[in-house]
Design a protein around this ligand. Structure first.
Ligand code: 5AD
Ligand code: SF4
Length: 469
């Protein structure tokens, strides 16, 4: 049994990252069994789930459409806020019930929650029916762990606090045939004081550019229309490799593969260079869309958060990005960080008015065990009610600006990558280059194609359009 430890997870070593090729030498031990994977959290987790499905398929498991038909259920979890935890523990209760009527059901838990000491302790103490737990650093060990559990019928817990080698060539079962995630950097060394990611995902480790380009070129051959380069902080790409090759260089080479659309998330303002902006401007197939989390508009709070920029520095970067033709910029904002006063909050509203974001994800601060801000939270005076009020006021403003930016698009024509049928009858949906959701009347032949759509109506969170022949 290997269980995680936050203090170890926090340590950073200078060891060079080693790369290992994925390899399983199992027979088809999953034959005649079906899996179901439930994913919580960010795109990184979504992509990890694609690898989980890929690995399971490679040892004979089939995918179950319905969770009730599954022999193996895996929860790929998120630890970013307490409500993510609550959802998972709530769902574990449902699974416990399912297991009472199906003794052979195998239940696994992985992802960021598995990296937390407290969670593993709780599973050991109260959730004996969970068959196996593995962390973010040993995703590739999944086939071994399921097999071990099937062979021994004992609970298997294998979570490492420290990152191991970077594994290349894991099988992937992608959710889409048109758009794909490609990891470029794992982990994060920013240690923003509220954030658990540097503990659950380990130190910053970049993939080799040749491996990345090989993956993208393969996707191009397979007809993929869009790649999203993934990292907790993509703008730090290459820093750990010391080769003088950074995200600007990588974006340029990825653009030259001629994949129609290149995206990248998430950006940390501190690592955003002028060269990156120039490259985005230069290549039409690098999408004019940037997700640029600000977190707060108050210099005092930004400092407490350890964000390494002031509001003026953020604005300067924002202004430079705004000069990119037709660009859309979205952000993340936390309200109620410990010590945030009404005045600090007004600074946040003020910068939102300045930036007029196309959209934003907004959150109430949630204390994470082991992070520096959790200690500040113990002395925090602001009530939850006040924080909820702030969130409400912030969302009103954010939604006004989203609607305004969407309304400006009405009567203009945009390129949409069509993704599928929306819930509404005969309506299709897809995304603009600026990552805006558009619904329009069309047929299924269009899925996976880039089409011209004229926008006819705008809402806060989506647009209605019509096909332009
Ligand atoms: N509480 C609330 N929001 C958080 N985020 C990260 N950690 C926390 C936390 N402890 C938000 C940040 C980040 C986004 C992914 O989640 O805004 O950008
Ligand atoms: Fe968390 Fe900050 Fe790293 Fe983003 S940059 S993952 S918010 S520590």
């Amino acid at each position: 049994m290997k269980i995680p430890n936050m203090l170890d997870a926090k340590k950073r070593n200078k060891n060079e990252v080693k790369y290992t090729e994925y390899n399983v030498d199992f027979n088809n031990f999953g034959e005649n069994k079906k899996f179901y994977v439930r994913t919580y959290g960010c795109q990184m987790n979504e992509h990890d789930s694609e690898k989980i499905k890929g690995m399971l398929s490679s040892v004979g498991f089939k995918s179950a459409e319905d969770i009730n038909d599954a022999d193996v259920i895996i929860l790929n979890t998120c630890a970013i806020r307490e409500n993510a935890h609550d959802k998972v523990f709530g769902f574990l209760g449902v699974l416990k019930h399912m297991k009472q009527s199906n003794k052979n059901l195998i239940i696994g838990l992985c992802g960021c929650m598995a990296q937390e000491e407290g969670v593993v302790d709780e599973i050991l103490a109260k959730h004996k029916y969970v068959n196996f737990v593995f962390g973010t650093h040993n995703l590739h060990r999944l086939p071994n762990l399921i097999k071990e559990n099937m062979d021994t019928d004992k609970q298997v817990i294998e979570v490492y606090s420290k990152e191991g080698n970077l594994i290349e060539g894991m099988p992937v079962k992608r959710a889409s045939n048109y758009k794909a995630y490609v990891n470029i950097i794992y982990g994060c060394d920013k240690f923003c004081t509220y954030c658990i990611v540097p503990y659950t995902r380990g130190k910053q480790r970049s993939r080799n550019k040749d491996d990345i380009l090989k993956e993208v070129n393969k996707l191009v051959k397979e007809g993929y229309q869009e790649v999203t380069l993934l990292g907790q902080n993509v703008n730090a790409y290459g820093k750990d490799l010391n080769l003088g090759y950074d995200l600007a260089d990588l974006l340029e080479e990825v653009a030259k593969t001629n994949i129609p659309r290149v995206r990248f998330i998430t950006s940390h303002p501190w690592d955003f260079t002028d060269r990156m902006i120039e490259v985005i401007k230069k290549y039409p197939n690098i999408m004019n869309y940037v997700h640029l989390p600000i977190q707060s508009g108050s210099d005092k709070i930004l400092k407490l958060m350890g964000r390494r920029y002031t509001r003026e520095e953020y604005k300067t970067l924002f202004d430079k990005l705004k000069k990119i033709d037709g660009i859309a910029i979205t952000t993340d904002i936390i309200v109620g960080f410990p010590g945030e006063t009404e005045e600090d909050f007004l600074d946040t509203l003020d910068i939102v008015k300045y930036c007029q974001y196309d959209g934003a994800f907004t959150f109430i601060y949630s204390p994470r065990v082991g992070t520096p801000a959790a200690k500040l939270f113990e002395k925090d005076q602001t009530t939850l009610e006040e924080k909820e009020q702030r969130l409400y006021r912030l969302n009103e403003l954010i939604n006004d600006y989203s609607l305004m930016s969407n309304k400006r698009m009405v009567n203009n024509t945009y390129k949409i990558l069509v993704e599928g049928l929306s819930n509404k009858d005969g309506m299709m949906y897809g995304y603009t280059e600026t990552n805006k959701l558009v619904n329009f009347k069309g047929n299924e032949d269009l899925i996976g194609k880039i089409v011209n759509i004229r926008i006819i109506d705008a809402k806060s969170f989506s647009l209605d359009g019509e096909l332009v022949e």
